[in-house]
Design a protein around this ligand. Structure first.
Ligand code: PMH
Length: 372
């Protein structure tokens, strides 16, 4: 793939070996006949869809899952034969493209299906479908047995449509209280059992369910966040069956270093005021890169020291308070390890009162992803 040279020193480094390691560990943890569906939606949670998908396939995944038609078509340009499942709703107008490019669609509405069925005779190849069950997530999916059977019959009646799978999604598999998880699992199992014939792929488990729940592997698991080496929740962290290796680090460099005097201010609003002589470094990363303003005060690593971001974060730049004079070009780690110190994605997500998932997704396309 053609990549422009990277002049700006701000970059996300993606360790594909870590991604492979995480999948290989999952492979060992699962029963041997279970397929791994690598969830690479949202540009592989911000890590880079094609590179992550290839690494995942090399490590033992056999299917890819995305959220939108655009994401599926982008993958298909580079990855020819692997099944790609779109987990979200696709417009009827996309169905002919899906059939042509071997992209599997999620179906949960009889109305949608009858519109697609009308066009199906013109499809170049049969269209593969996975039925989505809403067992309690309340997002998309069939909720009642009558709806499910109607959908099933409508698919079976059309020779150009194939029921390749049926699946559901858990709302709270990563939480300590198992009540909702158990109810969802029972609902899903009962609905699957009501079908005249089991589709090839029954799947339900996300990362949390794959790692810490029993009796939930069915034919395949959908592995997302842990593939990137991140843990869905503190509860899952306590029960992890194997260690995960984070794949993403974020780095930059000092582009300017200066001494300021007591009373001097830093950045917009002038609300960071030096209380003594201070060394201030400037880094070329800001909120337009995903270093959102709520991260003011967050520490970064320089020469193995924890150093705080001071003043307001600007669109393209921000400032740090250095412990002493340093040279321009000094490396800065915003996420990752330097010497004995480590800044985990969890540190950012806690500061921002969010989940780890959101952090790599919010690094914008201006940040070049480098692969190692
Ligand atoms: N399957 C579906 C349908 C999903 O929506 C997701 C993640 C996964 C599997 C993978 O989950 P994991 O990353 O926990 O393994 N979806 C989302 C979401 O919609 N918001 O955050 C994560």
């Amino acid at each position: 793939m053609y990549q422009l040279p990277n002049f700006r020193p701000t970059k996300a480094v993606i360790d594909l070996a870590a991604i492979k390691y995480n999948i290989e560990q999952l492979r060992k943890h699962l029963h041997s006949n279970i397929d791994i569906i690598a969830v690479v939606k949202a540009n592989a949670y911000g890590h880079g869809d094609i590179q992550v998908a290839n690494a995942a396939l090399q490590a033992g995944a056999s299917m890819l899952a995305v959220a939108t038609p655009e994401e599926a078509l982008h993958l298909r340009e580079f990855i020819k034969n692997t099944p790609i499942l779109i987990l979200g709703a696709s417009p009827v107008s996309f169905a002919p493209y899906a059939a042509q490019y071997n992209i599997t669609l999620t179906v949960f509405s009889v109305d949608w299906l009858s519109e697609v069925a009308k066009q199906a005779k013109n499809f170049e190849k049969p269209l593969k479908l996975h039925i989505k069950i809403d067992s309690g997530m309340g997002r998309i999916g069939v909720r009642k047995q009558t709806e499910l059977i109607a959908l099933y019959n409508a698919i079976v009646a059309n020779k150009r449509l194939i029921i390749d799978g049926i699946f559901t999604h858990f709302a709270s598999a990563d939480e300590e209280n198992p009540k909702q998880f158990k109810e969802q699992l029972a609902t899903f199992k009962a609905l699957v059992a009501s079908l005249p014939e089991k589709p090839r792929f029954v799947h339900a488990a996300n990362t949390a369910a794959s790692l810490i729940k029993d009796d939930v592997q069915f034919d395949a698991v959908r592995f997302g966040i842990a593939m990137y080496g991140l843990v869905p929740s503190p509860y899952v962290e306590k029960h992890l069956p194997f260690i995960l290796k984070p794949a993403l680090s974020l780095e930059s460099e000092l582009v300017h270093v200066k001494k300021i005097e007591r009373g001097d201010t830093v950045s917009y609003g002038g609300n960071y005021v030096a209380v003594e002589e201070e060394w201030i470094g400037t880094m070329p990363i800001g909120y337009a890169d995903g270093l959102v303003r709520g991260l003011a005060g967050q520490e970064v690593l320089i020469q193995g020291n924890r150093v705080p971001i001071v003043g307001r974060i600007c669109m393209d730049q921000c400032m740090v308070k250095l412990p002493y004079n340093m040279v321009v070009g000094e490396k800065v780690i915003l996420i990752g390890q330097q010497h004995q110190e480590m800044i985990k994605i969890e540190e950012w997500s806690e500061r921002l009162h969010t989940i780890v998932y959101e952090i790599p997704c919010m690094l914008t396309s201006r940040i070049t992803r480098i692969y190692k």
